[in-house]
Design a protein. Structure first.
Lengths: 324, 283
């Protein structure tokens, strides 16, 4: 049994009139020591999926309407508040996109890590502080015993993100969810943070769910990839398989739209059109209005998830076919 | 140490605000050591020496019972501080709690904030009058009534700020690390509200003085035997032509003190909120 099993997850936004589905039938599994990458454009539901796993959808108009999420054999959706709090930050942790606002501005960073440690582990204040210094040096903050008394505003974005990682890792979580952890950082810092996460994974055997819209980041760090489009998983495979054979026209479009330094082009290839809004009801495939392979079949009938090869699933009537 | 640096920065280059701050320090000092500095007992009646003019030994003269106005003014500082601190505590505690809880638990908040809206629809003085007539005249009741009146505005302000803070990522991060509701409210949100609370406190302190003086003047505030500046005004108002000093001294004390509190409040607000900095240079 995998560490994290998400099955047929459905998330909907309740509006005044009706429920609009934003995530539909999303399933994936993550094992220990494995990194799953989730890619997709803005608004495709990748962040909502991660928030649903962390139980952060509680009071908002966005609700989980179906499916199940199992973590280490426990049904996360059926846990009591008390049980949930015992797991969060302890056995599963999350890193947020915005390092600038993810730390409480009025507390020293050390106090914030100590609080998380003491909440979940039976440590004295001094022991928790020693462990915090250790964690800060683990994430390569220079002079950790000095910096532990810094306030968040005295640190750079990259350093703050590393503090967030230190805090997330403080209780040796089995699962780490990183929602675009490097999007707000510049490229050199981005690489450092990704290397750090990979390094920590190899040391602690943590499972990581990495959410990103950057295929390059995914290709470099993940074992498995799920490509999401408008709330569904369009294509899922191991990283090697996916980049060896791009089956879904959307994945191909994403890859083609990445700028390449040593190729001299006037225009970048882009996917035409935009993601259909939630109000637009679609009978067929959600990608059909933007797809170059689209036929009448695509407009009438939504494609089912098919196993193209073992371990490589895709939602497309014409998987793997070219325009020709 | 940090507080000292903060105060130095807040009052640097603001002569009037510094003067106001010093005046307030003097009032607090007078309130604490009133029995030592007051030359007479503020309640001692002297039928022979009624309505004497300012001079020696009665610096501010005597009132129509022959009580020493200077001593009464010093003991009045005591009431000023008690009313101010008391109302601030009541207002910030009740208002803060209502505002934060309403913002955090939105469903309950709808009801609580509508109740606050209804209370805010009444003019402050009218509401204070209604409440005080339901209770009886005493120092504690005056503090409570004024505190409740200003709890409404505090609730409004903290409601908005908590709502904003609730959406910050660090609150999500706290939820993610397994923090419970009370821990999020009081350990993660409240410390971020301390500076606006401080500013709010300084303004409530000033408004409370005006409210208390108005209630005293209408005969519905502190019991008449308590020496307060408002009571002094109220009791001696019929002697305004024969002994105007009986009204001028307490009146001036109220005006100067409230003005000082407002100046200090402005200085604190400006130093906490950088957007206001250098707006009113030198004041």
């Amino acid at each position: 049994m995998a560490l994290l099993e998400v099955e047929n997850l459905e998330i909907a936004v309740s509006t005044q009139r009706n429920l609009l589905p934003v995530v539909q039938g999303v399933s994936f599994t993550v094992d220990e020591n494995e990194t799953l990458g989730i890619v997709g454009e803005s608004g495709c539901g990748k962040s909502l999926t991660s928030l649903a796993i962390m139980g952060l959808l509680g009071t908002s108009p966005v609700r989980i309407t179906g499916g199940s999420i199992h973590f280490d054999g426990m049904n996360l959706l059926a846990l009591s508040e008390r049980e949930r709090r015992a797991i969060m930050g302890n056995r599963m942790a999350m890193i947020f996109q915005e390092p600038m606002t993810s730390l409480n501005p009025v507390y020293r960073i050390g106090d914030q890590i100590v609080e998380n440690l003491r909440q979940h582990q039976n440590l004295s204040h001094a022991a928790a502080r020693d462990r915090s210094v250790e964690l800060l040096s683990l994430v390569r903050i220079p002079d950790p015993s000095e910096r532990i008394d810094s306030f968040p505003h005295q640190m750079s974005g990259g350093q703050r993100q590393r503090v967030m990682i230190a805090m997330a890792l403080s209780c040796d979580p089995k699962l780490l969810i990183a929602d675009e952890p490097t999007t707000a950082l510049d490229v050199t810092v981005q690489k450092e943070v990704l290397d750090l996460m990979a390094d920590l994974q190899s040391r602690m055997g943590t499972a990581i769910v990495l959410i990103s819209h950057d295929l390059g980041v995914i290709a470099e760090t993940c074992d498995k990839v799920a490509v999401m489009y408008r709330g569904k998983i369009a294509e899922a495979a191991s990283t090697a398989d996916l980049f060896a054979e791009l089956l879904h026209p959307y994945t191909r479009g994403l890859l083609n739209s990445i700028p390449v330094v040593d190729r001299d082009v006037e225009w970048l290839e882009a996917i035409p059109g935009r993601v259909p809004t939630l109000e637009e009801t679609l009978t067929g495939c959600a990608f059909q209005p933007r797809c170059e392979l689209a036929t009448e079949l695509c407009a009438c009938e939504a494609p089912q998830t098919t196993q193209f090869k073992p371990g490589h699933s895709v939602q497309c009537h014409f998987a793997g076919q070219d325009r020709s | 140490m940090n507080t000292l640096i903060f105060l130095r920065d807040a009052f640097a280059g603001r002569k009037l605000a510094t003067a106001g701050f010093l005046w307030l320090c003097l009032i607090v000092l007078a309130a604490i050591i009133a029995p030592l500095v007051a030359p007479f007992d503020p309640l001692e009646i002297d039928p022979v020496g009624r309505l004497t003019e300012p001079g020696w030994p009665n610096l501010f003269g005597t009132d129509h019972f022959g009580r020493d106005t200077f001593s009464r003014a010093i003991y009045g500082a005591r009431m000023t501080v008690i009313i101010g601190v008391g109302s601030v505590l009541v207002a910030l505690f009740c208002g803060g709690l209502i505002g934060m809880i309403s913002a955090y638990f939105t469903r309950l908040g709808h009801f609580l904030m509508r109740a606050v809206d209804v209370l805010m629809a009444f003019p402050a003085l009218l509401m204070a009058l209604v409440l005080i007539t339901l209770l009886e005249r005493s120092v504690v009741n005056t503090v409570l009534v004024i505190g409740i009146v200003y709890a409404t505005t505090t609730a409004r302000i903290l409601f908005g700020m908590t709502l904003k803070l609730k959406g910050e990522t660090f609150i999500d991060a706290a939820v993610c690390s397994g923090a419970g509701n009370s821990s999020i409210l009081f350990r993660h949100i409240l410390p971020n509200l301390l500076s606006p609370l401080l500013v709010q406190a300084s303004f409530i302190f000033a408004f409370a003085q005006l409210q208390a003086a108005a209630l005293d003047f209408l005969g519905l505030g502190l019991p008449p035997e308590v020496p307060s500046w408002g009571n002094m005004l109220s009791e001696e108002r019929i002697y305004i032509t024969r002994a105007p000093w009986l009204l001028i001294y307490p009146g001036m004390l109220i005006v100067v003190s409230v003005f000082s509190m407002n100046l200090v409040g402005d200085a604190l607000r400006d130093s906490i909120d950088p957007r206001f900095k250098d707006d009113i240079a030198g004041v």
